[in-house]
Design a protein around this ligand. Sequence first.
Ligand code: SF4
Length: 260
Amino acid sequence: MDSFMPTEPTENISGGPAGGARSDSFDRAENPATAERVIDRLGELYWEKTYGGQDAFVCLVRTILSQNTTDATSQPAHDALIERYEGPESDLARTLAAADHDELAETIAPAGLQHQKATSIIQAAERITEEFDNATEFDRFVRDTTTATVRETLLEFHGVGPKTADCVLLFAGGQSGVFPVDTHVHRIYRRLGVAPPDADHETVRESLEATIPPKKCGFGHTASIQFGREYCTARQPVCVDDPSACPLFDLCDRVGVETD
Ligand code: SF4
């Protein structure tokens, strides 16, 4: 299936092809709601996958680094952090709990907001070592505990908001029914008319998770991001110049899109 489809970029919040996802395929409903039709169409355009299996602490660090920047800049920061702090015998959470703040900030500087992100990473590492002892036990907690409990716990961490918590639930926990809402998802589903025009991130998430079958939420998230990069960009959605250029045009209300 993948050989005829675009490959998920390596520099992606999911970790790309090495991120632990597997190609999958999902049934089509007889009369799907618009949101599900959108996700099915994106699956045909990009990929259908099931996510899960990433190390939860590494996933948490990766997602913190991705905040307020692109994957293209957060990926080098992530790679530099792993190279500097991960060792074959050491636990990454314990190592980062003891890390020097300025040294970590310098290491992750390519991601921007490095002092803020260093603080979040060190505090998360401290909390994980205090509450779970190490990254392995934290990983077990994320995989084996209910979505609501993991989400509630992660949201108590400094610098962890709903998108970061949901990415950990999806990419590490493999928990279905979780549709992280980043800036692309927030923009696209309001333009489409799937979520109300004034919906905040949480309202968009609730709309999507209420309508889209749980197993389609994971690739729905990553394929939507790719669609937001290629077609429904923030400044110039392709339909403005050429409606036929958008593969979702027939499903879209184009809310708030300048059409003159
Ligand atoms: S028709 Fe325009 S606004 Fe709607 S999804 Fe396509 S590019 Fe975005």
